[in-house]
Design a binder for this molecule. Structure first.
Ligand code: G6P
Length: 590
């Protein structure tokens, strides 16, 4: 939700900021703005997608801030776009988060004579800084934040000081350290072009940047924070010849699976699971696609270990956070910054749970709350819709379940071998993607779809439907196939195709019966099934064939096929794909 950038160095700040903002667009993209300081403030604010630097004369300074917005307070408009300024247009602020007490602060500031130009919560920050400003932006910011409630990552600058001051509290912010130049950004992908030396800031940190270096304060005391080298490169944050990040990222999945597996598995599983000693229950908390990974994890962990697993939307768990016994909480979050998931982790800790996070982002907030972190090795994921990171999350859940399982060694070894074959199987799906594209082109004309599955096929259906709806804007629902007759049958017919996840496990026969029932109601049926399944062709209209694997691993192969199906359907409908309307990749507000 919203991306912020700050730059102080020797390059043209407008160029650095606009190029960095473009890499942050996936965090929000209804409006944007840049402020450059060079004795006075030069300001540009626009509604819509971020433009090119040549289109605007922003000013040739080497210090500035920028913002890409996902509206929370106030609709997308130039006046609500950041940077926000004080009454004299001297101080500029870009902010990500929510100032929950802004109304009260705003009323007080208005009484004191401040004039507001926007409907945003953010605007109270530059006015507060103005109120406290004597001759140092640093001191004024320190006085300002005492008044703020809520969550914030913001960067402030003053036209007549060569300084940036940034604060982080419950919203993400990193510092990039270059050679005689410094960057502030909501996440690392924004600045990979310039540096991979990163300081992950912590809650309460205040960063002061000048040409001489940086200083970090926390609780009024100067603190040392380590500079870490991120293993990602700029090519990870570029489309590299693909039409969209989504299809590029799907194509990266075989490598991502290999990298994630090699983190935890050599000849045997090398994962220290001491965090799970003596646990009586596992609670998985997550949002969106990560929640669906958790649902699949439930089937796998319960099936292999017998440990009961509860999966909760983090946003729901937060309002009835009950845990009993000695629970282990697993928070799954690609970004490590989803506000509801972070809050659920804190609640689970309060209830005495040990908390493990499965995440993609080094140094993210989730890693700091958790007692233990299991990284996926997915590299940066830019498309709002999660693809490769979802598959990598599944890999970690499989490895964890296998490690906790009480199975004979040879059975574990067989399953590990099978897992190691997954990258090649995904590659075969990618090589045959044209076949999926043909089906997608036929599906693109429909406005409603039903995704169904049974057993482990059910969460596959949920994720398939989510992918379809978020990028193609087709209304798609995921349902357990056995529940269709308890309501959704009323929706079926020739205008509502049904996408059926068919797994060769004990659910197979009954799934075929469900498909026949659907066909009797005139819906087109598309099955996702094993390539050697000849039977299925008799009952459905079209089949997406995937390589055969142990049924337990079919969520991987089937989900990759469903991601490709959603991608080509959305492409046929001319959708934006990487940045679906109203959505953001990183949801940093509850
Ligand atoms: C947003 C994204 C989804 C993602 C979800 C959870 O809604 O658009 O793609 O699955 O957040 O994000 P997380 O980073 O916690 O996995």
């Amino acid at each position: 939700m919203c991306g912020i950038v700050g730059y102080l160095g020797f390059r043209r700040a407008d160029e650095v900021i606009i190029s960095s903002l473009k890499r942050l667009e996936y965090r929000g993209y209804d409006s944007w703005g840049v402020a450059i300081g060079n004795g006075k403030l030069s300001l540009v604010k626009k509604v819509g997608a971020i433009g090119d630097v040549e289109e605007y004369s922003i000013g040739d300074g080497t210090l500035g801030v920028g913002h890409t917005r996902w509206a929370t307070h106030g609709k997308p408009s130039e006046s609500n776009a950041h940077p926000h300024t004080d009454c004299k247009n001297n101080i500029a602020v870009v902010h990500n988060g929510i100032i929950s007490n802004f109304q009260m602060l705003k009323e007080k500031l208005i009484e004191e004579g401040h004039e507001f130009k926007s409907e945003t919560d953010t605007e109270v920050i530059p006015h507060l800084i103005e109120k406290y400003y004597k001759n140092s932006i640093e001191d004024a910011v320190i006085n300002c934040i005492v008044n703020l409630r809520g969550s914030y990552a913001f960067v402030a600058m003053c036209a007549n000081e060569r300084k940036l001051v940034a604060c982080r509290y419950k919203s993400p912010l990193i510092l990039g350290v270059g050679d005689k130049e410094f960057f502030l950004a909501s996440d690392v992908t924004a600045i990979l072009e310039y540096t991979s030396r990163i300081v992950y800031l912590q809650d309460g940190d205040i960063v002061i940047l000048t040409d001489d270096g940086f200083k970090i304060l926390n609780d009024c005391v100067e603190v040392d924070r380590q500079i870490e080298l991120v293993p990602w490169g700029i090519k990870d944050a570029k489309k590299s010849g693909y039409d969209h990040f989504m299809i590029k990222e799907i194509h990266e999945t075989p490598k991502v699976v290999e990298d994630t597996l090699s983190e935890y598995v050599s000849d045997e599983i090398e994962l220290d699971v001491s965090f799970a000693a003596g646990i009586s229950e596992i609670l998985i908390i997550a949002c969106g696609t990560s929640y669906h990974a958790g649902l699949i994890g439930k089937y796998v962990i319960e099936g292999l270990t017998g440990i009961p697993v509860r999966v909760e939307y983090a946003s729901e768990f937060n309002y009835h956070p009950l845990l009993v016994g000695r629970p282990l909480a697993i928070a799954i979050t690609q970004s490590g910054e989803t506000a509801d998931t972070l809050e659920a982790m804190k609640k689970a800790k309060k209830f005495g749970a040990r908390v493990v996070t499965i995440t993609n982002v080094l140094g993210s907030t989730a890693t700091r709350i958790a007692d233990h972190t299991l990284y996926i090795r997915a590299g940066p994921e830019i498309c709002v819709a999660a693809t490769k990171s979802f598959i990598a999350q599944l890999i970690v859940l499989y490895v964890l379940a296998l490690k906790l399982a009480n199975l004979p060694r040879h059975e574990i070894n067989e399953l590990i071998l099978e897992l190691k074959l997954i990258p090649e199987r995904i590659q075969r799906i990618l090589d045959a993607k044209d076949e999926i594209e043909k089906i997608a082109k036929r599906l693109a004309k429909f406005e409603n779809m039903m995704y169904v599955g049974r057993g482990i096929g059910y969460p596959i259906a949920l994720e398939g439907a989510l992918k379809m709806k978020e990028i193609s804007y087709i209304h798609a629902e995921g349902y357990p196939a056995g529940e269709l007759k308890h309501g959704p049958f009323a929706l079926l017919g020739e205008k509502t195709p049904v996408i059926a996840s068919v797994i060769e496990d004990p659910t197979y026969e009954i799934m075929l019966n469900n498909i026949k029932e659907v066909k009797a109601r005139d819906s087109i049926v598309v099955a996702i099934a094993n390539e050697d399944d000849k039977e299925i062709d008799k009952y459905v209209d079209w089949v997406v064939k995937v390589p055969k694997t142990n049924p337990m691993f079919s969520p991987i192969t089937q989900s990759v096929a469903l991601q490709i199906l959603a991608y080509y359907t959305a492409k046929e409908r001319g959708c934006e794909i990487d940045k679906p309307r109203h959505l953001a990749k990183s949801v940093t507000v509850e």
